[in-house]
Design a protein around this ligand. Structure first.
Ligand SMILES: CC(C)(COP(=O)(O)OP(=O)(O)OC[C@H]1O[C@@H](n2cnc3c(N)ncnc32)[C@H](O)[C@@H]1OP(=O)(O)O)[C@@H](O)C(=O)NCCC(=O)NCCS
Length: 178
């Protein structure tokens, strides 16, 4: 399958007018979130969801949910930032709460484009509104290595914040000088 670029895509903020019924993913929890909770969370000002649509066909090919976050500077990170002259207990971040590509569009660069979109949003926040040093997220592990999102986020230059044996692994990207 050919790779997709930003020119092939339209990005829309979620509203009640979109038909989400055909969206499919092997990560069932992420399908349920989109169909059941994303709009409700958005209306309650908890998160904002962006839908990714193929320009030519209007097909929904993925979605991305963003919200505000912070990273507590503890352990190694505390030392690293102390050496940079930054002594705060925590620093501000933008969190990728959910990111999911429809099964029919996997491995065509959409996930990578979504991460770039989140970075762009974080830089807009910093340039126009407020401090924002990191992108954070909780990466889902999967026994099937071809479905382990930690590999995908490492490919996008994210680092592991805390190693966890069970559940999601917190990861971050430092936006300074990127
Ligand atoms: C993880 C996910 C977002 C990747 O999206 P994608 O559009 O398929 O990824 P891309 O095409 O941008 O991949 C870029 C590179 O990342 C790596 N990569 C992508 N998916 C990967 C995976 N599941 N495991 C390991 N490496 C992966 C590959 O090196 C790939 O390059 P290549 O295809 O040229 O080899 C997608 O598999 C997905 O939505 N999964 C279900 C939901 C999920 O796990 N979301 C993230 C946790 S919140």
């Amino acid at each position: 399958m050919n790779k997709l670029t930003a020119k092939d895509i339209r990005i829309e903020r979620l509203t009640k007018d979109f038909d989400l019924t055909n969206f499919i993913s092997y990560e069932k929890e992420l399908v349920a979130f989109l169909k059941e909770d994303a709009l409700d969370n958005q209306e309650k000002m908890i998160s904002v969801t962006y839908l990714w649509l193929i320009n030519e066909t209007n097909e929904l090919c993925g979605y991305l949910t963003l919200l505000n976050d912070k990273i507590n500077l503890e352990g190694d990170l505390k030392e690293i930032f102390k050496n940079k002259g930054i002594l705060y207990k925590s620093l501000p971040a933008l969190k990728i709460g959910r990111l999911c590509v429809d099964d029919r569009f996997l491995r065509r660069d959409l996930g990578t484009l979504m991460v770039l979109f989140a970075i762009q949003k974080a830089k807009e926040i910093y340039l126009e509104k407020s401090g924002c040093r990191f992108i954070t997220l909780d990466a889902k592990r999967n026994k099937d290595i071809s479905r382990d999102s930690i590999h995908f986020y490492k490919y996008s230059n994210f680092n592991i914040l805390k190693e966890r044996n069970k559940g999601a692994t917190p990861m971050f990207l430092d936006l300074f000088n990127k």
